[in-house]
Design a protein around this ligand. Structure first.
Ligand SMILES: *Cc1c(COP(=O)(O)O)cnc(C)c1O
Length: 408
């Protein structure tokens, strides 16, 4: 048996170069290729021939258990995330599903109250079908998390920072320390999709498991779905590998290859998207709109975010005070595509309560103070003047007179 064929420990704990450099360079030892191919080959195969009747000899035997193209991207992701080990699975939700299998009936999960819609849906399922109690608390206040910690029952503490779509910041370091103090057997898990490993490394803050929707920034072109999980210890890595191998949730060879190709340009994409987002946030704030973005000095959590991350990212949201007004703005934009999701090279606009977060019941949205008029912008790599001009147009068509067009 090719046991643990997808083993992907990163030999170097700390990247030797800047992340932008590490992203581009794939460790050529991860996959032995007979022809010295410059690009990692796509091993589109379910099985691997064995040398001996007892099945020994090969590093791989069956692609559910391990595949060389998947190994290449897992080794690369482990390096980028400073993880002991990383795994790639079929979607971001699969990543969470794999992690949630570490929770037994009777154990508890503490999660945020401004979560990704799909995360909310899966947690609801787990609480209804698996007998797992889920506490949703305001994770921007570490004492709210502390109140729910139970040394026996708490198994997972699940954080997003910034949250989506309200872009609130959780003090990941403080919470991770508190959880480990009070509940030594609990795991701190961060959905780091919004920041990407380029801007925020949570494993280095003491988090146990960091996961991503690879569908977003990591791949960057909305042409594949993937999930990435990185962990800090070998023990947790072994548990996660067991679930992935047992359930068959590993990413297929072609998608693994696409993810590996996409992630090489994460640095340059994120730099451009973020610089566009900063200018757009300034423009919207100058209109007197209530803008949620940790890159704005007016944001009360500006300093906290800065202490956790190397940048504010490229997702922001704003309120107009009126659902109809928001709808007119969204529908009047031309360059900004109306779509869920983020992290793609092109810019997107959406109304979370009607789209990505519509699976959260209206009364729960209200309880969690999710404004129905909220507009979310996911900023791409286009020329920033075109993006601001298009927003100016949309705001004016919707009935807002734009005060200071930044685009000259
Ligand atoms: C998109 C997203 C997910 C889910 O990932 P999929 O790849 O769509 O399954 C989870 N968390 C966040 C923050 C996301 O944006």
């Amino acid at each position: 048996m090719a046991v643990d064929a997808s083993s992907s420990s990163s030999s170097a704990k700390r990247p030797a170069y800047h992340l932008a450099t590490e992203l581009v360079h794939i460790d050529s030892d991860a996959v032995k290729d007979n022809y010295n191919a410059a690009s990692v080959p796509i091993y589109q195969t379910a099985t691997f021939k064995q040398q001996d009747a007892d099945g020994s000899g090969g590093q791989y035997d069956y692609s559910r258990s391990g595949n060389p193209t998947r190994t290449a991207v897992e080794v690369h992701m482990a390096k980028i995330m400073s993880a002991e080990r990383a795994f790639v699975v079929s979607t971001g939700m699969t990543a969470l599903d794999v992690i949630l299998r570490l929770v037994k009936t009777g154990q508890e999960v503490i999660a945020g109250d401004d979560l990704y819609g799909g995360t909310n849906r899966l947690l609801t399922y787990v609480s209804q079908f698996n007998g797992v109690k889920v506490h949703n608390v305001d994770t921007t206040d570490p004492t709210k998390v502390e109140e729910k910690l139970d040394p026996i029952k708490t198994r997972l503490v699940l954080l997003e920072s910034p949250t989506n779509p309200m872009i609130k910041i959780a003090d990941i370091r403080t919470i991770a320390d508190k959880v480990h103090d009070i509940c030594p057997s609990a795991l701190v898990v961060v959905d780091n999709t919004m920041m990407s490993p380029y801007l925020q490394n949570t494993l280095e803050m003491g988090v146990d498991i960091e996961y991503h929707s690879g569908t977003k920034y990591l791949s960057g072109h909305h042409d594949l779905m993937a999930g990435v999980i990185g962990c800090r210890t070998k023990e947790v890595g072994d548990l996660l590998y067991f679930v992935i191998n047992a359930s068959g949730s590993g990413l297929g060879p072609l998608d693994s290859w696409l993810l590996l190709r996409g992630v090489k340009t994460l640095g340059i994409r994120m730099e451009k998207q973020q610089s566009n987002a900063i200018q757009i946030a300034d423009f919207l704030e100058a209109q007197g709109l209530k803008v949620h973005y940790p890159g704005l000095k007016s944001n009360p959590q500006y300093e906290l975010h800065k202490s956790l991350s190397s940048g504010p990212g490229a997702v922001l949201s704003f309120e107009t005070g009126d659902v109809g007004l928001s709808e007119r703005i969204v529908e009047s934009a031309r360059l900004w595509g109306i779509s869920v999701s983020f992290g793609c090279v092109n810019s997107l606009i959406s109304m979370p309560c009607k789209m990505s977060h519509a699976s959260i019941p209206a009364e729960v949205r209200k309880q969690r103070q999710l404004p129905e008029d909220l507009i979310r912008l996911c900023v791409g790599i286009e020329h920033v003047e075109d993006l601001i001009n298009d927003l100016t147009n949309a705001l004016e068509i919707a009935g807002i007179s734009v005060k200071q067009p930044v685009s000259n």
